[in-house]
Design a protein around this ligand. Structure first.
Ligand code: NAP
Length: 551
């Protein structure tokens, strides 16, 4: 437990916001809009969050740019033109910088500053937030806008430090252009979304590429390419109507392409026709109106496997690049038009780890059970301690000094994906049990930050009590999360980071609410409309003043 010493009794600011990705930037702006003083902390040297760190070659969002954007401000919507239907990392980071400048929030952020600890003080009802540069800031509300995929998984392979060559992580790729892979022998570990995007780019430069694959993933065509200008104009015509409409959908975005026929009502030829149409239309996961049914999902999975195999010339490689162990959607599906064909190049080789596992990393390369593969560079595309990891990376203690690590010893618990019993006035957007990574994260960032600031406003209007959810609300929410997960093919049977299965020793718990954005939003606002029946209101022993600011 980090010791935080402070003799202060009055807050330095009303709100501390940690992180400056989609949620953090919007939270800083919202605080100012509502006349609250705010301080932001960001461990990177610029805004962007996940889009700051994951600067590996080929990094691109597979949610369409016109969905994956803010809609709270009409001018921002109309003044930014995306160059591609699925923007690349650099463009998204520039966009976030543009929004931060427009919102004038850069002045509120301390960059290169990591938040190490946050402690709740029961006497004052304030949070002490301690940073890596030695500051301790007292505030009334703490918002951890730290993202779900921001805590890279430490390599769990023996001998990592023995390697004599260069090593890079996709999750913290150097941004200074110093990585030069030309003519080198490069090994890549990991074939999730990051691996699948970076491998084709590496193959353009490296002399040899060896891909170490533990689990194959579904790879469907990408939506990247020219924007549908008609659609963009329609969304821009009335951004606030678009914003409201997004919140009425399941995924928090403009209605997606979807098959209009039901799997159960089609014969074999009709199913094949619907699947082909969906593949070409880039909505294969929603080929049928009843795509959520296990039998429809099995047909979709089989169809994708066939299309994947057709793209790879070598039969052994084709067979091994296809996921046989889990249904489509059990893990996060990937998109690429070039990944599979990359293995048709003579200098690219697949190592199937279930057959020849890595024994250890050695000075000259990677030793599998069959051979030692000499390498100049190893790239780890090995993922993240997702969702709960970033929260637990901060030393947090709440009522009676109870730590978040203890509260979450059996996996994360919270209510509505934003607050935890015993941690009053601490907000955790994009953490566990919210629609998070199974929704449009940009829409979710706006929705959760709106909900959090509407909650703060309610508290201010009601004499500023402190708020935390009831244990019964958390139990109910965990059950709801599991109830919806049970209906999602593969959710509870696949080893994935959705349920913590990628981290040795992490409690297994499905951490994403899949009841849909609309239901989630309505449940959140039902709490405000009914004066927070799922929460407990507390009084601090000593009232602290609000810190008044001019906007
Ligand atoms: P990931 O999906 O967790 O993939 C990590 C990969 O590393 C998996 O193939 C995993 O194998 C492998 N791996 C981990 N430890 C290993 C070990 N010790 N030995 C061998 N292989 C190992 O991580 P990610 O690719 O960074 O993606 C994470 C998430 O970020 C995505 O699911 C997505 O939500 C988001 N993302 C999105 C985009 C996009 O929008 N296009 C791009 C990148 C990332 P196992 O599967 O067997 O564990």
């Amino acid at each position: 437990m980090t010791e935080i010493q402070s003799t202060k009794t009055q807050p330095d600011c009303d709100v501390v916001v940690v992180g400056s990705g989609f949620a953090g930037i919007y939270a800083l702006w919202q605080a100012r809009q509502r006349g609250l003083s705010v301080k932001g902390f960001e461990r990177g040297s610029d805004v962007g969050g996940t889009w700051y760190w994951n600067a590996y070659p080929g990094a691109r969002c597979d949610v369409e740019s016109y969905n994956y954007a803010y809609f709270f401000d009409n001018d921002i919507v109309r003044d930014w033109d995306w160059s591609d239907a699925c923007a690349g990392q650099n463009e998204i980071q520039r966009y976030l910088r543009f929004v931060a400048e427009r919102c004038d929030v850069l002045k509120d952020i301390s960059f290169n500053t990591k938040v190490l600890a946050a402690r709740y003080d029961e006497d004052s009802g304030l949070w002490s937030v301690q940073t890596s540069v030695g500051d301790t800031v007292l505030c009334r509300y703490t918002i951890l806008a730290i993202g779900a995929l921001s805590d890279p998984k430490a390599p769990d392979i023996e001998g990592v430090d023995d390697f004599a060559g260069e090593a890079y992580f996709t999750s913290s790729w150097p941004k200074d252009g110093s990585v030069d892979l030309r003519g080198k022998r490069v090994g890549v570990i990991g074939t999730g979304s990051s691996g699948i995007q970076v491998i084709p780019e590496i193959a353009k430069l490296a002399a040899e590429v060896t891909v170490f694959q533990r689990t194959a993933n579904y790879v469907a065509p990408t939506s990247a390419g020219p924007m549908d200008q008609q659609l963009v104009s329609a969304l821009r015509a009335d951004p606030q109507a678009t914003r409201r409409a997004f919140r009425e959908t399941y995924g928090g975005h403009t209605p997606m392409g979807m098959g209009d026929e039901r799997f159960l009502e089609l014969d074999a030829a009709g199913r094949e026709r619907a699947l082909r149409r969906a593949w070409d239309g880039k909505y294969i996961g929603l080929a049928f109106r009843d795509a959520y049914l296990p039998e429809a999902n099995a047909a979709i999975s089989d169809f994708i496997r066939q299309r994947m195999q057709e793209q790879v010339e070598d039969p052994w490689t084709a067979e091994h690049l296809v996921p046989w162990d889990h249904p489509y959607g059990g893990k996060r599906p990937c998109q690429s038009d070039v990944y599979l064909q990359t293995f048709n190049q003579l200098h690219v080789r697949l190592i199937a780890l279930p057959e020849t596992p890595i024994e250890r990393i050695v000075a000259e390369g990677i030793k599998t059970s069959a051979e030692t593969i000499p390498l100049d560079v190893i790239i780890y595309a090995t993922g993240f301690d997702a969702i709960s990891g970033p929260v637990l990376a901060i030393d947090i203690s709440g009522l009676s000094g109870k730590s978040m690590k203890d509260a979450w010893a059996d996996g994360p618990v919270n209510y509505l994906g934003t607050m935890v019993h015993g941690f009053p006035n601490l907000f955790l957007p994009s953490s566990a049990m919210s629609p998070s990574v199974l929704s449009n994260m940009a829409t979710l960032a706006e929705q959760q930050i709106d909900f959090i600031f509407d909650t703060i406003e309610w508290l201010d209007q009601h004499g500023r009590p402190l708020l935390h959810p009831l244990p019964a609300s958390q139990d109910h929410w965990r059950k709801e999360t599991l109830r919806y997960a049970e209906r999602r093919p593969g959710a509870l049977t696949t080893k994935s980071w959705y349920s913590g299965a990628n981290i040795v020793g992490k409690p297994r718990l499905f951490m994403v609410y899949c009841g849909g954005f609309k239901r989630y939003n309505e449940t959140c606002y039902g709490e405000i409309e009914n004066d927070f029946p799922g929460y407990e209101l507390l009084e601090s022993r000593r009232k602290s003043d609000r810190v008044r600011v001019s906007k």
